[in-house]
Write a protein that binds this ligand. Structure first.
Ligand code: CA
Ligand code: CA
Length: 285
């Protein structure tokens, strides 16, 4: 018993120490979206908010997206061709590759944990549904068939499940399915918006945004609790690579800005201070 308590205290004090250290290795680089240049661009910065660099520099809107498992590439949606299509590029903004080529809108791309597939949303066959393709854009497979809009898909850490958002039951709810689109399970059930879900890095939890606040639940939908109680609207929660920290967005300062905190909600710090709005952060490494 005493041994257990000591172990817990150790973790707590270690976290406190890490929180005071500017060199936390778990969030060494973050990609995000900003409208500071008049349209949506993808930026990269270090884990403390420094060295903010525009990676896209395109007059169209460029929206993340996800980071490849090896941290080398970013997948994103851009309407530079007229409609939103999916592109990938290196994390330094070079080697841009267009992955989809159609007159519809392809959005919300993210990588499979083995790096071979990208799951995304598209309205190419009617309502927005979830599709999967190889990372070169080939072998496109439709995964969902619903009357609502199915958006924001993310793989589980092992790649066997996908969590996503659907309006099929009237408002935004969180759903889970197998990676082939079978065994669809509704996880939330209420009249308010549940959006931007992500599996925890260990896979046991799902973090998401409910009505402008950050929530956490078990992967079967049980134990839904508000995880963070900071001021303002708090959204776009994203686990760091090891899961020890959460990067998120808050509008408490009057604009959308990126913050990070330890997963136990200790030691939060603000990373961006304008200009414009800064959001959709993703940990690179
Ligand atoms: Ca742009
Ligand atoms: Ca809901």
């Amino acid at each position: 018993m005493i041994k257990k308590l000591f172990a817990a205290l150790m973790v707590a004090s270690l976290m406190t120490l890490f929180g005071c250290d500017s060199g936390v290795p778990d969030v060494s680089r973050i990609v995000f979206v900003s409208d500071r240049d008049g349209n949506f661009e993808i930026y990269i910065m270090n884990g403390e908010g420094g060295n903010q660099t525009n990676l896209t520099n395109d007059p169209a809107n460029d929206i993340l997206g996800g980071v490849s498992p090896d941290g080398e590439r970013i997948v994103f949606a851009s309407n530079r061709s007229g409609t939103f299509q999916i592109y990938s590029m290196r994390v330094n903004g070079t080697d841009i590759r267009r992955l989809t080529d159609n007159a519809f809108n392809d959005t919300d791309p993210s990588y499979h944990p083995n790096g071979d597939f990208i799951v995304f949303a598209s309205d190419r066959e009617g309502p927005t549904q979830i599709f999967r393709m190889r990372i070169d854009g080939s072998s496109v497979t439709r995964l969902t068939t619903s009357a609502g809009d199915d958006i924001a898909p993310r793989y589980s850490p092992g790649g066997t499940n996908i969590v996503f958002v659907s309006t099929r039951d009237g408002n935004h709810e969180i759903y889970k399915m197998k990676n082939d689109g079978t065994q669809v399970q509704r996880l939330t059930d209420n009249a308010i918006d549940d959006v931007t879900p992500m599996f925890s890095r260990a896979g046991g939890k799902i973090i998401w945004t409910r009505d402008g606040q950050i929530f956490l639940m078990n992967v079967d939908g049980t134990n839904q609790v508000q995880h963070y109680f900071g001021a303002g609207q708090n959204f776009h929660p994203e686990f760091s690579r090891t899961g020890s920290q959460i990067i998120f967005v808050s509008d408490r300062s009057g604009s959308a800005e990126i913050y990070k905190m330890f997963t136990n909600t200790a030691n939060e710090s603000q990373l961006t201070f304008g200009p414009g709005n800064n959001f959709l952060p993703k940990a690179v490494k």
